[in-house]
Design a protein around this ligand. Sequence first.
Ligand code: FES
Length: 112
Amino acid sequence: MLKAICEIDSIPEDGCQAIELKQLALFAVKKRKQTFIYINRCPHMHVPLNWEPNKFLNNSGDLIQCSTHGALFNIETGECLQGPCLGQSLQAIAHEVKDGKICIKESDLSKQ
Ligand code: FES
């Protein structure tokens, strides 16, 4: 079963947005019309990546950045490219877009 989690148009182009679900904190990044969704948890200390609402990218907007110790992650793959969790990755959530909504598998909602 798929569950709609947000409108695709609510995510700014080349920007990002938190998606707070009851079971799981996610965020979405749109880059060159592609959307990537990850669990909002840094692999370093398992804390949320952002301190400010909807701020997940570095200043140049080309990498995901953890607010706690500054780890940088590739937007497309979630891999840490620099920082204390080098070589580890954010946990990606597979999704599809249906009728303008981003949908994920209900079974992914139990991912921790
Ligand atoms: S908690 Fe994210 S880099 Fe340390």
